[in-house]
Ligand binder design. Structure first.
Ligand SMILES: C[S@@+](CC[C@H](N)C(=O)[O-])C[C@H]1O[C@@H](n2cnc3c(N)ncnc32)[C@H](O)[C@@H]1O
Length: 396
């Protein structure tokens, strides 16, 4: 059956031709009103020329997400399977872990599909009405391509609401244990796929964790602030550092303790249930010093409307984090707040000026390679880290 044709503005047509995947509602000409949520549509420019096949959403501010720009290749089960096979192949080079993101939505040509692998288990998340229609095809293909022992669906995030979808957590295949043991760069961690944040683990921080671990020296003092289940801090402790992990959600500290034990570093890892804002301020006013402050807060601004509030929150965290740095101490600021990424260096400069601190940049990193950043889709880069060292002025 031919799919409905939806015309888009000149600006949107230009972007789609240049590999952008999103068309916003106010870019449809005119806005169609009778296309069911999740249908595949044909996008065309104002002269009726074919642009792409796309998932349509009648509810989201992103009205269409491009799936295929090849007129001869409409969306079908075979296309889903080929895209999945290509996504898995792309990750074969990531070898120092058995936990990785196998599919990252638009970056892998599968808008709205996330698949994370934890050893033998896959955790899948569907974020768009379009992909919801093709979920069975994706699961079928994953069964034969990855041969998992179990597949869990964790489509439990609030962003499904905008797509008109209910939240769902369900077992799709086999058995999924309460906890899975994974390996990352020589360390081991327990992951809770059923209740953990994201799909259970912050896979996206793997490269930054590895870098930080390489730089940390035995006996250094490390504060892992917003620690989750301790992946950064335990890495530091495995290098012989003395670590304090600060996490607001107290129940997570039990998993953190077990992770520390699993890696034989429990005696080097102190666990503190506290709000990072208060903890940093209190330690700064007590004059404590750390060789490393690892600061990995949750999103500080969910939308553009929250940018001012997010900026103030980040400034507050930084001004106290910088006060804690020993001479030649290093701050690792990680930000997963897309709307603040472009402002982070300015905010860091302002906070450093207030602390009369010169900062030398050792590295700027981003989300790990299994979360590919497509240049034409700015939102596909959502995580950055700045590794900056407190530095004296150059010698006279
Ligand atoms: C981005 S995650 C950290 C991921 C972690 N660094 C890792 O690599 O596994 C942010 C963490 O901050 C915690 N958190 C949120 N608000 C907090 C606050 N005000 N104080 C302390 N922790 C907070 C969340 O519960 C979450 O575990």
């Amino acid at each position: 059956m031919p799919c409905p044709i939806v015309s888009v503005s000149d600006a949107a047509a230009k972007r789609v031709r240049n590999h952008d995947c999103w068309v916003f509602r106010d870019e449809l000409e005119p806005s169609p009103d009778s296309i069911p949520n999740g249908d595949v549509v044909e996008l065309a420019d104002r002269h009726g020329r074919f642009l792409a096949y796309a998932f349509y959403s009648g509810t989201s501010h992103i009205a269409a997400r491009v799936v295929s720009t090849d007129r001869a290749q409409p969306v079908d089960r075979e296309l889903i399977r080929r895209r999945l096979a290509a996504a898995l192949k792309r990750r074969e080079a990531i070898r120092d872990t058995n936990a990785k993101r196998l599919v990252y939505s638009e970056s892998d040509g599968l808008p709205g599909l996330i698949v994370d692998q934890y050893a033998e288990i896959l955790v899948l998340q569907v974020r768009t009405a379009g992909m919801e229609r093709w979920k069975d095809a994706a699961v079928d293909a994953l069964r034969s391509l990855a041969r998992p022992a179990g597949i869990l669906e964790r489509s439990d995030k609030e962003f499904r609401e905008e797509e008109g979808l209910p939240t769902v957590t369900q077992l799709l295949e086999g058995r999924v244990p309460e906890r899975i043991r994974i390996e990352e760069c020589g360390l081991q961690f327990w992951v809770d796929p059923h209740r953990g944040q994201k799909t259970g683990f912050y896979l996206d921080q793997r490269d930054t964790r590895r870098l930080v671990r390489e730089l940390i020296q035995p006996e250094q003092r490390v504060a892992d602030v917003c620690a989750y289940t301790g992946a950064f801090g335990i890495g530091a402790a495995s290098r012989g550092a003395r670590v304090v992990c600060v996490e607001q959600q107290e129940p997570l500290l039990e998993l953190l303790r077990e992770n520390a034990m699993l890696n034989g570093v429990a005696d080097r890892v102190e666990r503190v249930a506290a709000d990072a804002f208060y903890w940093l301020e209190a330690k700064a006013s007590q004059g404590e010093r750390f060789d490393w402050v690892l600061l990995d807060p949750p999103s500080l601004a969910k939308s553009k409307a929250d940018v001012l509030k997010g900026r103030q929150a980040l400034h507050h965290l930084l001004i106290n984090a910088l006060a804690l740095l020993a001479d030649q101490g290093t701050l690792v600021l990680s930000l997963c707040t897309y709307h603040l990424l472009g402002l982070a260096e300015e905010i860091l400069r302002i906070a450093a000026a207030q602390r009369s601190t010169r900062l030398r940049v050792l590295a700027v990193t981003m989300q790990a390679a299994d979360h590919p950043w497509v240049l034409q889709m700015p939102a596909s880069r959502y995580l950055m880290s700045w590794v900056v060292r407190r530095d004296g002025p150059p010698a006279a």
